[in-house]
Ligand binder design. Structure first.
Ligand code: GLA
Ligand code: ZN
Length: 668
C-alpha cells in the first residue's frame, strides 16, 4: 500500500528545517543568498519560514509588512526550495499584549503572565482568535498561488492551558454540553464526597495548582476541555487556509512525550501528523535504550493517523536545552534521520537551518553554524544525508505493515496519574508500554501504537497494558476482536474506572471481566526492592511493583505466584473465547518474562520476525508498498554487529551506528 506524497508535487523525501530569515533581514543581500547556496549544497528541498515572525509581519496593529516575505518566497522558488509556511501564533508582538491584556495566559494559580517568550496565549480570547485568523487569512491570500508554498505549519508546539475568566466560562459551556444537567455532572464527579456538590454552573472552577486540584472527574474533564480548546483554536487558525488553499496540507508540530493534550483526538483535525524529535543520545557507550525510546515515540506519532508522518524538527547536532548538550557521534545523524523514515516518516526536517546569533537558542545545533559556511562536520553530515535521501524516492508514501498493535490512551494515563492508590510514585504507564514494546523492537517486529478508540480489525495480536480507564464500547470491541480470532493481552490495573473515573461496580476488570475470564479482587503494591515471582512453564520470573490477586472465572491458569499469602494463586491466565484467546498478566515483570511470553504469542498469532535473532542494540523495521519491502537494519551501539545469517545466507555486518536499507520482495 502506498499513500500519495504529503506534498503532491514533491514525490521525494522532504529534507529541510526551520529557517528564520527575518533574523537576517539587514543582511539579506548576502546571508539569504548564501543560505540558498548552502541549502542546495546540503540537498535541502524545503525550508520552514514565518513561524515566529509576527512582529516582522505586523509591526503595528493592522499595518502589515509582507515585502520581506515576498522576496524570500521568490528566492525559495527560484532555488527550487519549497516553503513550509508557518502561521505566527506561537509568539506575538508586544503591542498586542499591551493593548489587549486578555491575550495573556493565566496560570493554574490564577496569575496572569506578563508579555514575553512564547507559547503563552489565552486559548479563548476573541481578540487573539481574531488576530490570528486575520494574519493567517492575509498569508493565505498573498501566497495562495506562489510556487514555493507546499505545507502550512500552524503555530508551534501547542501546549499548556489557560485559567482566565474567559476560559472558565468556556469550560462551563463545555460541561453544560457534556452533562446537560447539574445532576448528571454531580453524579459523574461523585460530588457527594467532601461536600463537593455543584449547585450552580457558576460554582465550577478549573482545577487549581497541585494540592487544590479537585475531584478526578473534574480533572479529567478539564484536560478533555483543554484538548478541545486546542482543536478549536487550531480549526480557527486553519479555517482561512483551508478555504483559500484547500490543496495545501496543514499540520502542527506535536511532541511525543507531551501528555497535556489527547493527541489521538487532536490528530483528527490534522491533515498529516508531524512531530519534533530530540532524543537524549548518550555517549560513546551506545544508544540502545534511547534508540528504543525514539522508535517508540515515532510509532506513537505515526499511530495518530496510521500513515506517513513528518519529522518536522530534529537536531543535526547538540540540543541546547538538554542539561548536557552532547554532540552527535559520527554516524548518529544519519541513523536518527533514517530511523524516522523506518517508522513511517516521509520527511527529515531540523530545528534549525541557520544558527541564530543571539537569543535563547543561539547555541542550539543547526545545519549552518556561526562560522557561516559548509566547512563543518555537522554540515557535511547533513549534506551526506541529503545525498542519501535523494535515492529514496521509492520509499515515499509506503506503509508500515504491522500485524500487532499496542494500545496507548492519553485519557488512561491521565486517570492513572490522578488515581490515589496503587503505587503513586511509580504508576509507570509509559514505562510499562515501553517494556512491552521492547520485546518487539529487539526482534524487529513492527508494532502499531493506537488509541483505544481505533479499530482492531486488521491486527492478529493486540496488547493493552494497564487499561485502567475503559471508554464506552472498548470492552465490547476487544471482545469482538477476540471472538473473531484475535490474540489479546491485558495486564494488572485494567478495567477499574469508566470515563468519569467512577469505579466499576461488580468486580474488576469491569466490562472486561467476562472476555478475560478473570475477577481481580485486590492489587498489592510492593516496596522498592521487594519482589514476588511468577512460575510459568517451569521457569521462575521476577514480579515487582504491582501484583494483582486474581480468580480464574472461565480462564485457564498458566502461571502462579511464588510467594506471600497469595502464593499459588493465578498470575498468568488465558481465556479461550470464540476463535481467539485473551491473556491476562497479573503482575509487573522484567523483560525476560515479556520476551518469552511474546515469543509464544507471536508464534501463536502467526507473526514471524524478519530475522531469527538480532544482536543487542540492533533493530529491524519495515516499510512496504505491498510489492517491495524496505527493511531498515539499525545498529544503535558503538560496536560492530552482525545480524546472524538465515539458513543458506551470509550474515549482515553493521558498523557502529550504521543503518542499512535492504530492499526485498514482500514476504509478510
Ligand atoms: C522546539 C520548538 C523550536 C525550537 C526547538 C529547540 O521543538 O518547536 O522552535 O525551540 O524546540 O529544540
Ligand atoms: Zn484564557
Amino acid at each position: 500500500m502506498r499513500y500519495p506524497p504529503i506534498v503532491k508535487k514533491m514525490p521525494h523525501i522532504l529534507h529541510g528545517g526551520d529557517y528564520n530569515p527575518d533574523q537576517w533581514i539587514k543582511w539579506k543581500d548576502t546571508i539569504w543568498k548564501e543560505d540558498m547556496r548552502l541549502a542546495k549544497l546540503a540537498g535541502i528541498n524545503t525550508l520552514t519560514v514565518g513561524m515566529f515572525s509576527w512582529a516582522a509581519l505586523e509591526p503595528e496593529e493592522g499595518w502589515y509588512d509582507f515585502a520581506w516575505l515576498d522576496e524570500l518566497m521568490d528566492l525559495l522558488a527560484e532555488n527550487g526550495i519549497a516553503a513550509v509556511l508557518g502561521t505566527p501564533s506561537g509568539a506575538r508582538p508586544a503591542w498586542m499584549s499591551r493593548k489587549y491584556p486578555e491575550v495573556l495566559r493565566v496560570s493554574a494559580s490564577r496569575v496572569r503572565n506578563i508579555h514575553g517568550e512564547r507559547h503563552n496565549h489565552c486559548l479563548s480570547s476573541p481578540v487573539y482568535r481574531e488576530k490570528t485568523r486575520a494574519i493567517n487569512e492575509r498569508l493565505a491570500r498573498r501566497y495562495k498561488d506562489h510556487p514555493a508554498l507546499a505545507v502550512w505549519h500552524i503555530s508551534n508546539e501547542y501546549s499548556g492551558e489557560c485559567h482566565c475568566p474567559l476560559c472558565q466560562a468556556k469550560f462551563r459551556e463545555y460541561l453544560k454540553n457534556r452533562y446537560k444537567t447539574l445532576d448528571a455532572l454531580n453524579e459523574a464527579w461523585w460530588t457527594t464526597f467532601w461536600s463537593a456538590a455543584v449547585g450552580d454552573w457558576e460554582q465550577i472552577e478549573s482545577p487549581g495548582s497541585p494540592g487544590n486540584g479537585g475531584h478526578n472527574g473534574l480533572k479529567l474533564d478539564w484536560r478533555r476541555f483543554t484538548t478541545e480548546q486546542f482543536v478549536d483554536f487550531y480549526l480557527n487558525e486553519a479555517a482561512p487556509l483551508k478555504e483559500i488553499t484547500p490543496d495545501v496540507p496543514c499540520t502542527t508540530n506535536l511532541m511525543a512525550s507531551y501528555t497535556g493534550i489527547d493527541y489521538a483526538r487532536f490528530a483528527e483535525v490534522l491533515d498529516v501528523a508531524s512531530w519534533d524529535s530530540y532524543p537524549r543520545w548518550t555517549s560513546a557507550e551506545g544508544n540502545g535504550e534511547i534508540g528504543l525510546l525514539t522508535s517508540y515515540h515515532h510509532d506513537l506519532m505515526r499511530g495518530l493517523k496510521l500513515r506517513p508522518f513528518m519529522l518536522l524538527e530534529s537536531c543535526p547536532s547538540a540540543t541546547n536545552w538538554r542539561t548536557v548538550a552532547k554532540l552527535h557521534r559520527p554516524g548518529l545523524h544519519k541513523l536518527q534521520s533514517l530511523q524516522a523514515l523506518a517508522h513511517g516518516a516521509d520527511t527529515v526536517q531540523y530545528f534549525q537551518f541557520r544558527k541564530s546569533r543571539g537569543g535563547p537558542e543561539q547555541h542550539h545545533g543547526a545545519v549552518v553554524d556561526h562560522r557561516g559556511d559548509e566547512h563543518t562536520r555537522v554540515f557535511r553530515d547533513v549534506a551526506e544525508l541529503g545525498d542519501c535521501l535523494k535515492g529514496l524516492d521509492d520509499l515515499v508514501g509506503t506503509d508500515t505493515p504491522a500485524q500487532a498493535a499496542l494500545i496507548h490512551d492519553y485519557q488512561v494515563r491521565w486517570a492513572l496519574e490522578d488515581a490515589k492508590g496503587f503505587l503513586q510514585e511509580k504508576t509507570g504507564y509509559g514505562e510499562t508500554l515501553l517494556a512491552h514494546y521492547r520485546a518487539f523492537w529487539k526482534r524487529g517486529i513492527p508494532l502499531d501504537i493506537i488509541d483505544s478508540r481505533q479499530s482492531l480489525e486488521k491486527y492478529r495480536l493486540v496488547i493493552a497494558p494497564m487499561l485502567y480507564l475503559l471508554r464506552e464500547g472498548t470492552a465490547e470491541r476487544i471482545d469482538q476482536f477476540v471472538q473473531n480470532g484475535g490474540v489479546f493481552v491485558a495486564t494488572y490495573a485494567t478495567g477499574y474506572v469508566n470515563e468519569s473515573a467512577l469505579a466499576f461496580l461488580g468486580g474488576f476488570p469491569g466490562p472486561l471481566k467476562e472476555p478475560l475470564g478473570v475477577w481481580c479482587e485486590e492489587i498489592d503494591a510492593l516496596y522498592p526492592g521487594e519482589s514476588n515471582s511468577i512460575e510459568w512453564e517451569g521457569r521462575i520470573y521476577r514480579a515487582f511493583d504491582l501484583c494483582e490477586l486474581v480468580h480464574a472465572e472461565g480462564a485457564e491458569v498458566l502461571g502462579t505466584y511464588g510467594s506471600d499469602f497469595y502464593a499459588g494463586t493465578p498470575a498468568l491466565t488465558v481465556h479461550r473465547r470464540g476463535k481467539g484467546r485473551a491473556y491476562f498478566v497479573a503482575a509487573r515483570t522484567e523483560g525476560d518474562f515479556l520476551d518469552a511470553f511474546y515469543r509464544r504469542l507471536t508464534a501463536e498469532a502467526g507473526i514471524r520476525p524478519r530475522f531469527e535473532e538480532l544482536p543487542e542494540g540492533v533493530t529491524a523495521q519495515v516499510r512496504s508498498d505491498g510489492t517491495t519491502d524496505f527493511v531498515f537494519l539499525m545498529n544503535f551501539t558503538n560496536e560492530k554487529k552482525t545480524v546472524p545469517p538465515d539458513p543458506g545466507k551470509t550474515g549482515i555486518g553493521l558498523e557502529p551506528f550504521e543503518v542499512k536499507i535492504l530492499r526485498s520482495e514482500t514476504n509478510l
